[in-house]
Design a protein around this ligand. Structure first.
Ligand code: HEC
Length: 159
């Protein structure tokens, strides 16, 4: 499945600049973003990150997820699963709007982007050494159904 591009508008500027920096350094993989980031200077990265962070367009209508997935995803995002997985919003703030440079907004992203990012974190977790409290550690505990549910729900949220 093709992975949709993430929504950048309204994302935290520092988080975005850091993501570009990681693409350029090769510590975050993407065959699409790495060649782009390599052409950017540090100043370019700050500028482009600031540009997107300042945008507040309305969320475009997304594909409506199936009711059951979105409901299960809402439960997980708000309350966690009661065993290994903490509520997504405990770190990413109410509505998934994000909290500062460390906790990006996860609201309003295409579901395929969220699924792909969570798989990326899981792949990193499988290499071992995920620090507690990081997204890599969170992802290690997610089942495939939880990933699909969370992604479906988050795609419906405004940013
Ligand atoms: C313990 C705190 C914590 C919890 C709980 C948490 N996250 Fe995260 N999450 C993070 C941090 C920190 C990052 C940034 C990591 C990075 O970019 O390397 C992140 C990044 C992400 C990203 C990537 C965003 C982007 O734009 O690239 C997604 C998607 C995500 N989280 C989804 C979730 C979902 C879904 C849940 C609930 C199942 C969740 N998170 C729970 C801390 C948390």
């Amino acid at each position: 499945m093709a992975v949709a591009a993430p929504r950048l508008a309204g994302q935290d500027a520092e988080y975005l600049a850091h993501a570009l920096f990681m693409f350029k350094a090769g510590t975050r993989a993407s065959s699409i973003m790495q060649p782009v980031a390599r052409t950017l200077s540090d100043a370019d990265m700050q500028a482009v990150a600031g540009y997107f962070a300042a945008q507040h367009p309305p969320v475009v209508a997304q594909e409506q997820p199936q009711g059951d997935e979105a409901r299960a995803g809402a439960q997980l995002a708000q309350f966690g699963d009661g065993t290994g997985v903490a509520a997504c919003f405990s770190c990413h703030a109410a509505g998934g709007r994000g909290n500062g440079a460390r906790f990006p907004s996860i609201a309003g992203q295409p579901a395929s982007f969220t699924v792909a990012r969570l798989h990326e974190f899981q792949a990193r977790a499988a290499q071992g050494g995920a620090k507690p409290g990081t997204m890599t550690a969170v992802a290690a505990h997610l089942s495939e159904a939880q990933i699909v549910d969370a992604a479906a729900y988050l795609s419906t949220l405004p940013r």
